[in-house]
Design a binder for this molecule. Structure first.
Ligand SMILES: Cc1cc2nc3c(=O)[nH]c(=O)nc-3n(C[C@H](O)[C@H](O)[C@H](O)COP(=O)(O)OP(=O)(O)OC[C@H]3O[C@@H](n4cnc5c(N)ncnc54)[C@H](O)[C@@H]3O)c2cc1C
Length: 340
């Protein structure tokens, strides 16, 4: 069934008031295959939409939005070492429901990724990460359908070409595959990753270092720190944390002794975008209804009636000022869709 002229306000966490020319909802892989093998005709271009929690619509979408509703979580197999289990989840499963399900079953590995908005299908696209964990550490394989001919292709972990908030699906083969199911390796009796001091402290406040407390700790911190998109439109961190040459990071440290810098891969260091933006005076600033959150400078918000274009323009102003002050180019983590 193809729906026409669909309002997207409830399909994007910025709460932007825009429209999709067409929308198709699919519940099974079979339905998706018939879309792509020519059995059904639809208007191009195509946008695959999860929860729209990493998207900025800068105009109406003139094409077809595909909304996968493939659900079901399946226990696939227990590995011979009896320590790990392979669990798969359909692209349309809400990510945090999946994390809650696994924690309730005593399966660990993704508890630090609790409360990240979005659907399972986007997790390999984005390589979501938080509190020292990236989902690539747990993805075994990703089942997809090739949009150009409806054929099935399964990508193993290394074929996904994961990077920092990056993958083959977002980069080299962007827009070419629909993710239908993701397979994760989860651990029975897991070792918790409490390498983030704030998380360790939060868990200890809750009591023992258990899987359930690790999830709850993450939820508590996130609820304190990040604005809830149900209350105020946002897409989480708007920019990536820039990775720069170590020599450059150290020269910044000389000039700004309180700048946070973190080790990255050999010869490179990571800077904190939020700190750079805050230092340029952006925290709490507004341009009409587009604004910078007053507690977390990395989060841009829609106070109500902002357009995607206004938020985009604000992000450009921020990038310009960070470049002028620090010589650092910020890259957007949020994906822009539409005309700029
Ligand atoms: C309050 C808040 C906090 C956040 N915190 C974090 C965080 O801590 N860490 C983090 O990594 N991210 C975070 N995010 C960003 C966001 O939640 C993730 O990027 C999430 O994975 C996006 O999922 P989605 O279903 O909303 O994808 P969408 O935003 O709908 O889509 C994102 C991209 O994935 C593609 N896509 C979606 N589904 C499929 C599919 N089935 N097949 C192929 N392509 C697909 C889309 O076409 C698009 O290119 C946060 C966002 C918010 C609003």
């Amino acid at each position: 069934m193809i729906y026409k002229n669909i309002p997207l306000k409830k399909y994007n966490t910025f709460g932007l008031d825009c429209f999709a020319e067409c929308m198709i909802r699919i519940k099974t892989e079979k339905e998706a295959i018939s879309l792509f093998n020519g059995t059904v005709s639809w208007k191009k271009p195509l946008l695959i939409l999860g929860s729209g929690s990493n998207l900025l619509f800068t105009s109406d979408f003139k094409g077809t939005v595909l909304y996968p509703e493939i659900t079901r979580i399946k226990i696939e197999e227990q590995e011979p070492d009896n320590r790990n289990v392979i669990i798969s989840a359909g692209a349309g499963v809400n990510w945090d429901d999946f994390v809650a399900w696994s924690v309730n079953k005593g399966l660990g590995g993704i508890e630090n990724l609790s409360l990240i908005p979005g659907k399972v299908g986007a997790t390999p696209v984005q390589n979501i990460g938080a509190y020292g964990v990236e989902v690539r550490d747990r993805i075994v394989k990703v089942r997809t359908i090739n949009i150009s001919d409806g054929s099935i292709r399964v990508f193993n972990n290394s074929e996904c070409e994961f990077g920092y908030r990056d993958s083959i699906f977002k980069n080299r083969e962007k827009g070419k595959y629909l993710v239908t199911r993701v397979y994760y390796r989860l651990t029975i009796n897991p070792l918790l990753n409490l390498s983030y001091e704030t998380l360790k402290e939060e868990v200890n406040k809750l009591g023992a270092e258990t899987l359930i407390n690790a999830r709850q700790g993450v939820i508590n911190i996130r609820q304190r720190k990040l604005p809830d998109p149900e209350i105020i439109g946002n897409a989480g961190s708007f920019f990536k944390n820039p990775v720069v040459e170590s020599s450059f990071a150290l020269s910044l440290k000389n000039e700004y002794p309180d700048i946070p810098i973190y080790k990255d891969h050999e010869g490179y260091m990571k800077l904190a975008s939020g700190w750079l933006i805050e230092r340029c005076g952006w925290k709490g600033q507004r341009r009409g209804d587009a604004g910078v959150h007053d507690k977390q400078a990395l989060v841009l918000i829609n106070y109500g009636k902002a357009t995607g274009k206004e938020i985009y323009n604000l992000s450009e102003e921020i990038r310009k000022s960070v470049h002028e002050k620090f010589g650092v180019d910020l890259e957007r983590e949020v994906e822009t869709v539409g005309i700029i």
